[in-house]
Design a protein around this ligand. Sequence first.
Ligand code: C5P
Length: 221
Amino acid sequence: PALCDLAGRQVVVSAGPTREYLDPVRFISNPSSGKMGFAVAEAARDRGAQVTLVTGPVNLPDPAGLKVVRIESALELRDAVVAAAQTADLVVMTAAVADYRAAAPSGEKQAKVAGDVTIHLTPNPDILAELGRDKGRRVLVGFAMETHAGVERAAGKAQRKNADFILLNYPTREGTAFGGDNNQVTLVRPDGRHEDWPRLSKREVAEQLLTEAVRLLPPTP
Ligand code: C5P
C-alpha cells in the first residue's frame, strides 16, 4: 500500500510567483513555474493529507483531490495562507513571494513619459516569518534561492523566520529550480547543519521533504 504517514493531517502549500501590479496592465514578478509547490501538494495528498494549495499565476491545472486557492499578489497570498494555516499541521512555503510591491499602484494605465521614471516600492510582509512568530505546534518549511553563501544565508533565514528547515536551491545550476522538472537542493537547519541531496525530480524532492517534515510532527492524539 502507498505511504499514508500524513493521514489525518492538514497541510498548506504555497506555490508559484506573486504579481505586484504597478497599474492595471503592468506588474513585477519572477519566473517561478509553480512545479515545486504543486509537487509538494500532490505528494502530501497522496500520503493522506488534507491539502490546501495556495498558488500564484502558473500554467498548471488544479490537481485533483485538494483545495486550490488562486491568488495574485503577496498580500492576497498572505491572507489565504494565514487563514488556511490556522488549523494546519504543516506549512510549506514554496512560493516565490515578491519582496516589494508598488507603494501606490495606479488605478489607471500609466502613460509613457519622456525620460526616466521612478517607481516607489514598499516591502511586502514576510509570510513565513509571520507564521514563525505564532508557530504553535506547526511544522514550517521554507525554500530559499541563493547565488552565493547559500548555506549560511539559508540557515540565517531559517533562524530568523523560525522555520524548521529550509530547502536551498540555486537559480544558476543547469536543469534545476526555475521551470525545470528536476531540482538539486540542500536541506539547511536553523543551526547550520545541512545535507546536500542529489539532483532529483521535483516529486522526489517533495517526497523527501515530507519524510523530513513527518519526523518533526507532534504525535496525533
Ligand atoms: O527571504 P527569502 O525570500 O529568501 O525567504 C524565502 C522563503 O521565505 C520562502 O519559503 C518564501 O516562500 C518565504 N517568503 C515569505 N514571504 C515573503 C518572502 C519570502 O513567506 N515576503
